[in-house]
Design a protein around this ligand. Structure first.
Ligand SMILES: [Zn+2]
Length: 347
């Protein structure tokens, strides 16, 4: 029987069988959680055309490796998401085969796409024969190792990580991941794999499969040799910012350059924004690829600049204070009752 909950913790507590999963739905716009077996969920929702479903990737359960590629076509009109994936895929296969000894024929890629004029999106879920990742934190560590490798070995390929085309924020606790055949609420961009949509097709494309004893864990460690864990504070949300941050960014645009991407740490009131300039204040010259970014701290009413270039790692500009009028907006924001966006729903 399907069970409906309005809080994630209640849904987690409401699971009684290991054959059940948690989904997030958005029928009629309101979000809620469903605890059900795959078959019950399919029959009750997806097969009835209710297709706004996300899989909750439980942080305490093993999962397949999943990746999320996202390209804003207005910002990067000439970049094709499939081409970016072709580049990334070479490194993923290299890692699987050379570091983990997995044979190419034991790797199955499930590719889901949903592109439109504004966005190129792609999900890839890797099923490795008889192997599974211990948790999504282990997927995050695997992808971080790939990112570290690409950063040191290929000047031309690292752009996919620097510009966050590969979304590295999807490996957080109990992450929501949009499922095959589903679209965001209010849109009709269904994730598709080009095959006929069926129960078997959908359920075999999930990130968290029903566990069987044939699986063994992939022994993923972080670059420093430690066991992967979830970071509790440093996750943040890409793309979200309150209006007062726009005012701060307006000031920065007048002085330096326009912000083109925001990453928020709302609980700390910190925002990191890439700026549309490669003019480096540390090297006093233009970088060929790396941009400058600004770290804004609302609680100290200040910001400073840093640079994405590895040559400028660790360098920080002096701290700039907000103007008095900006400060007033920020003060009002910090002192109102606000609803923080706890989870990113933009997959
Ligand atoms: Zn620099």
């Amino acid at each position: 029987m399907t069970k409906v909950f309005y809080k994630l913790q209640d849904a987690l507590d409401g699971m009684v069988s290991k054959n059940e999963s948690i989904f997030q739905n958005q029928t009629n716009g309101k979000r809620y959680y469903v605890v059900a077996t795959n078959k019950e969920y399919w029959d009750t929702y997806l097969n009835q055309g209710d297709r706004f479903g996300y899989e909750v990737i439980r942080s305490d359960m093993p999962c397949h490796l999943y990746i999320d590629l996202d390209i804003n076509k207005e910002e990067y009109p000439s970049i094709i998401v499939e081409k970016v994936y072709d580049v990334l895929k070479k490194y993923i296969y290299l890692m699987f085969t050379s570091v983990y000894g997995i044979k190419r024929e034991d790797i199955l890629e499930n590719i889901h796409t949903s592109s439109c004029g504004k966005k190129g999106s792609m999900h890839v879920i890797y099923n490795i024969r008889n192997k599974i990742f211990k948790s999504s934190a282990h997927c995050g560590a695997f992808m971080q190792n790939i990112s570290d490798f690409v950063m040191t070995c290929s000047e031309s390929d690292k752009v996919m990580f620097l510009e966050h085309w590969v979304d590295m924020s999807v490996y957080s606790r109990n992450r929501l991941f949009r499922m095959l055949g589903c679209t965001k609420w209010g849109q009709k961009r269904y994730l598709t794999n080009g095959k006929t949509y069926s129960y078997e097709e959908w359920s075999s494309n999930k990130v968290q499969p029903l566990l069987s004893s044939s699986y063994t864990f992939m022994g993923i460690l972080r670059g420093d040799g430690t066991e992967p864990t979830y970071s509790s504070t440093n996750i943040g949300i890409t793309g979200w910012k309150p209006p007062c941050v726009d005012i701060v960014l307006k000031d920065i645009e007048e002085k330096v350059a326009k912000a083109i991407r925001t990453h928020a740490h709302p609980l700390q009131h910190r925002f990191s924004c890439n700026l549309d300039t490669r003019q480096c204040p540390f090297q006093k010259r233009m970088h060929s690829k790396n941009r400058i970014y600004v770290n804004i701290s609302l609680s100290t009413y200040s910001y400073h600049f840093r640079c994405h270039s590895p040559k400028c790692k660790g360098l920080t500009s002096k701290t700039y204070k907000f103007s008095d009028s900006t400060k007033e907006y920020v003060y009002n924001y910090l002192n109102q009752n606000i609803c923080l966006p706890a989870v990113k729903y933009t997959n």
